[in-house]
Structure formats: structure tokens, C-alpha cells
Design a protein around this ligand. Structure first.
Ligand code: ZN
Length: 394
């Protein structure tokens, strides 16, 4: 919520804007018109009411003012903006509706008033009214692009992916820039169709996911899930491995599914060879594999067991909790029991806090989300790949 100081400063801004123009007008007209300019008394009274926080009286006065001309128009816009920022959306709507009703506005001013009114409706949560006004402004020379972008925001919020695709295509034409979002919209449609059991429609939508590199990876994950549901494990494995090659950060998301496909297809030996090849190619993946395996209890593989043991022995925080040398020299069975105890504790630790975080704004979630609900970035939320030991210190 804005503070009193914010309101006061905003009031000063209104005054500054108004007096700025009046001075400008005065100096311009001085050359052609020798008659002295006077500041409209109603205007000063309205501004005084704003500064005295008598907003209802100020609003009535501004709305009643018979004349809205070039001199006073910007102050009306500033006042409407001020009300919206303060959360007084009803008042902002009255200011902007009052402006729109004036026949003296030129095309650009009318578009600005309509755009501001649409923003008011958006702030108030009247998405259908905002959508209608922004749609009418799609061809505006000054606000067409901003209006279509606002439509995209509404469609994303409402999860109307088909409309979001259409709007983004219009933006592509206007800006000449290729959109990465459209691929994600197709993925959203594909995922919905998959969850509804319409796999043919899901595949149809996935054709649109190849429009961007990242969309193609996400599309590959959905394709793999479809193949897995249809017991086409070989196809699913190919797709999961392709995604892991491209983005190993998705290990916690992909490894359990990949492991499941190998085992359901009776190819445990090949699973071992694949996991070993991952670690050989990139030794840093050993800890991520251990983290994932502890999280979802994938301890049946020898490679995974080795990754977990290495992680426990070498992690600097865990090392402070037990004697690593003693641990290395106890019989295998006893060591296995100790490892089970540690992994169980680590699993509880991991599940005691959100396991996904947005790289852009820090938003945390329990599951992977491709569209951050906080900062609205796409594909910025990724699985955490380490245990939050800091929680133990608190
Ligand atoms: Zn975010």
C-alpha cells in the first residue's frame, strides 16, 4: 500500500505537471498573444484538494470541469494513474470514463484514455472488460503493441493458450521478433490434452513446440511422458536422454522417469551403463544423481549407490557430523545401514522445504512450473540440486 508520503509526492507530481504546462503554454503564447494567462481557479482548487487528501472532493471537481483541453488533459491522466496506483480503482475508472466521454479528444488522446481505462479494469480484476478494450486498440498506431502485450498477459493469467498464440503471432508481425513463448503455449495445450487422455491431440499440439529450442526440450519431455504411458519405453528413453544431454539441471525431474522406463523394460544393465557414462563424461553430475536418488529413493542401482556414498563421504557439511575414516573402514553391511539412516534424514530435510526455485525472482515451489507465477518468466524455475543444510544451522 502506498504511504502518506507517496500520496504527497504524487500530489506534488500532479502540481508540477500542471504548472509545467501552464508555464510552457504561457511562454509559447507570450510571443503571439500579449494577453496575460491565468491559471484556472477550479484547477488550482482541485490540486489543493488532492494535496489535502480530500480525494473524493477533488475527483468530483475534476470530473465536473467542463473543459478538458491540451492544458488539463495530462493532469487528468496523472490523476487517474494516481488513483489506480493507490488502489482506488473506482475513482480511476471515473476519471478515465469522463475523459473518454469528451468529444474534443484527438485519436491519440482517445486511445490513451481507452488504454488507461483498460488498465483500470485489469487492476480491478475485470478481465473481460479489459480484454474488450485492449482488443479494440490492436490497430492503434500509438498503443497497438502495448495493447496486444496486455492481451497476452491476460490470456497467460487466464491460461487461454489458444488466444495467447494468436496474440503473440500479431506481436511477431508488429515487432519482427520471433516469440519463444508460443512454443510454451503449445506445450501447455499438449499437456492439457495428455491429462485429458487425448494423446492424438497432444501430439498435434506438440508440433508447435519446436518453434524454440527450450520449447522443443519441454515438448520432448511431454512426448516422453506420452510414450511412457503407451509403454513405448525405448522411445521414451531416447527422449529423456536427449533432454538430460541438453540440460542436466533437469536431472531431478528426469532421472526417476528414465530409471522407471529402464526397469519396466527389463533393461537394468543398460541403465547402469548409461548412468556410468553420464558420470564418466561429467563427474560433477555424480552429486546431482546422488541428490535426486536420495530424494526419490532410487538406491537399487550400483552406480547410484556409489554416487550416494561418494557424496556422503565428501560433502563438507556432512563430514562434520560423523567420522569419515571410521565410516570408510566399517563392514559393508554396517556402512549400508548407516547410509540408509543418513539418506532417510536427508530426504526429510529436502521435503521440509520447496525443492524448486525461480532463477529470476527467487520464487519457490513444490513442483516444476514452466511459467513463474510471481515474475511471469518462462522456464526460469528449476529444481534445486543440493540439500539446504543451512536449515540445520538455524
Ligand atoms: Zn520468478
Amino acid at each position: 500500500m502506498p504511504t502518506e508520503a507517496t500520496f504527497f509526492l504524487a500530489g506534488l507530481f500532479v502540481i508540477a505537471a500542471a504548472t509545467g504546462w501552464l508555464f510552457a503554454r504561457h511562454s509559447i503564447k507570450k510571443e503571439s498573444d500579449p494577453s496575460p494567462q491565468t491559471i484556472n481557479a477550479d484547477y488550482l482548487r482541485g490540486l489543493n484538494l488532492v494535496l489535502n487528501r480530500q480525494t473524493e472532493e477533488a475527483l468530483e471537481l475534476f470530473v465536473r470541469m467542463a473543459k478538458v483541453d491540451d492544458d488539463t488533459l495530462e493532469t487528468h491522466f496523472a490523476l487517474g494513474h494516481l488513483f489506480r496506483r493507490r488502489g482506488e480503482v473506482d475513482r480511476a475508472i471515473r476519471v478515465h470514463k469522463n475523459l473518454l466521454a469528451r468529444s474534443s479528444l484527438n485519436e491519440m488522446q482517445r486511445d490513451q484514455a481507452q488504454f488507461s481505462l483498460a488498465q483500470d479494469y485489469l487492476s480491478a480484476g475485470f478481465f473481460d472488460r479489459a480484454e474488450k478494450l485492449f482488443s479494440q486498440l490492436g490497430n492503434s498506431s500509438s498503443l497497438g503493441e502495448a495493447s496486444i502485450q496486455s492481451l497476452v498477459d491476460i490470456y497467460e493469467r487466464e491460461q487461454e493458450w489458444g488466444k495467447a498464440i494468436e496474440a503473440h503471432r500479431e506481436l511477431e508481425i508488429l515487432t519482427g521478433e520471433k516469440s519463444t513463448e508460443i512454443a510454451h503455449y503449445y506445450c501447455e495445450l499438449a499437456e492439457n490434452a495428455r491429462l485429458d487422455g487425448d494423446l492424438a491431440l497432444a501430439r498435434q499440439h506438440l508440433k508447435g513446440s519446436v518453434r524454440s529450442v527450450s520449447g522443443a526440450f519441454r515438448g520432448a519431455l511431454i512426448k516422453a511422458a506420452i510414450a511412457q504411458e503407451e509403454k513405448s519405453y525405448l522411445e521414451a528413453l531416447g527422449l529423456y536422454e536427449q533432454v538430460l544431454d541438453a540440460d542436466p539441471r533437469l536431472m531431478p525431474e528426469v532421472l526417476p522417469k528414465l530409471f522407471d522406463c529402464y526397469h519396466k523394460d527389463g533393461r537394468e544393465d543398460e541403465c547402469e551403463i548409461y548412468l556410468q557414462s553420464l558420470v564418466d563424461k561429467n563427474p560433477s553430475l555424480s552429486d546431482v544423481i546422488a541428490y535426486t536418488a536420495i530424494l526419490v529413493d532410487l538406491e537399487r542401482s550400483q552406480v547410484i549407490k556409489a554416487c550416494i556414498e561418494k557424496f556422503i563421504m565428501e560433502d563438507s557439511v556432512l563430514a562434520s557430523f560423523f567420522d569419515a575414516e571410521y565410516f570408510a573402514n566399517i563392514p559393508d553391511k554396517s556402512r549400508e545401514k548407516v547410509i540408509q539412516g543418513i539418506t532417510s534424514g536427508l530426504r526429510d530435510l529436502a521435503y521440509s522445504s520447496p525443492r524448486y526455485r525461480c532463477n529470476t525472482c527467487g520464487y519457490r515451489s513444490e513442483k516444476i512450473l514452466w511459467h513463474c507465477p510471481s515474475c511471469k518468466s518462462w522456464e526460469s524455475i528449476r529444481p534445486l540440486q543440493r540439500f539446504q543444510f543451512e536449515k540445520l544451522m538455524n
